[in-house]
Design a protein around this ligand. Sequence first.
Ligand code: ATP
Ligand code: MG
Length: 421
Amino acid sequence: MRQSKLFTKTRKEAPADEQSKNAQLLIRAGFVHKEMAGVYAYLPLGLAVVEKIKSIVREEMNAIGGQELIMTALQRKELWERTDRWSDEQVDVWFKSELKAGGEVGFGWSHEEPIGEMMKSYITSYKDLPLYVYQFQTKLRNELRAKSGVMRGREFVMKDMYSFSVGEEDHTAFYNATMDAYMRVFDRLGLGDDTFITFASGGAFTQFSHEFQTICTAGEDEVYFNREKNIAINAEVANEETFAKLGVTEADLTKATTAEVGNIFNFGRQKAADLGLSYKNEAGEDVAVWMGSYGIGVTRLVGVMAEKFSDEKGLVWPEAVAPYLVHLVGLNLEDTTVRDYADGIYAALKERGVSVFYDDREVRAGEKFADSDLIGLPYRVVVSRKTKEEGKFEVVTRATGEVRMLGEAELYADFDANPET
Ligand code: ATP
Ligand code: MG
């Protein structure tokens, strides 16, 4: 991609009303556009990050047997009434509207009820189970406060998965497989060391649920953790009873501010019983399905990564999610011989399958370097009159600041995505 063709521009200042670091950086670098508080559009660079996170999540969900689908944003009131979750007293984040044809609809803030209802069309016998489905969906939530940038949106992308099992044993096996898959996701995003499987309040069916909490000063949660024992407890349930149950003492634990990046729940049979979702067992009896739900905050992760992977100059994307691997920064491009040379290097990198963002604009070098630091691609490669004359490319690793001087062949070898070409 040529930077001169990208419609977004970097900005020196974030909007005055934007307080959070993640949104400030993402807006200044042109990854997101703020539509209103808690509502952000994803621009080409930001969308690329979202899609890369989604791909990683998708691979891991498919690997444990998940089947992808997409549910609707508009939801039936009557379904949520059945589980007593339509009223604003029960669920305080509803957006609701009226149909012109008459009747109320809700805007999907979650999809347990519609997905459970839909499964009545597909689950009849124990032979249909287990079954796991997931989606990437834009959830709409009327959050009272939206001060954490993209980390708490009124509109945000979630991966939500739902499991349907015959009973507890099968459910637990999948629940545990999901925990492992989630940790693989966070490892691949470079967040694994700072992300803890955290005991949190369980709700009606289990004593605890599990949250995935990532250490992040901009987060809204507090956890007590111990790395050696690999245990973490949400402050909400951190009391003597919990400590005793989990075999830890307060002295073992360190407190940290965290962001909840994922969350998994065991519903037992109750949710399906409320919805009337049952299967026939081998004896021909009707049994309510055992359900679980499993969320990952995809766009919240963009915010968490912007918070954690950034410095005073801007964003510092890990390779796994960077919109491009290489920022090829052309200097002295007003000289057409240099421009032709730089264009040639750009073409050669692309031909080798390297994901490259080419700053082909005729602006000052200082501005180019500042933009490059702000956007934060993993490697910056400078191509200039000097490069053309000396055949050496300056390659800077954004995360470490390491500078290397590479010849043309070495440069291609360094970024070669397709060694056979
Ligand atoms: P929180 O405790 O942060 O309000 P939640 O417990 O309501 O979140 P779930 O409904 O289980 O969260 O949603 C699954 C995941 O979606 C969460 O773990 C979080 O990562 C993400 N998420 C929830 N609410 C938001 C939001 N308003 N903006 C962005 N991501 C969100
Ligand atoms: Mg929560």
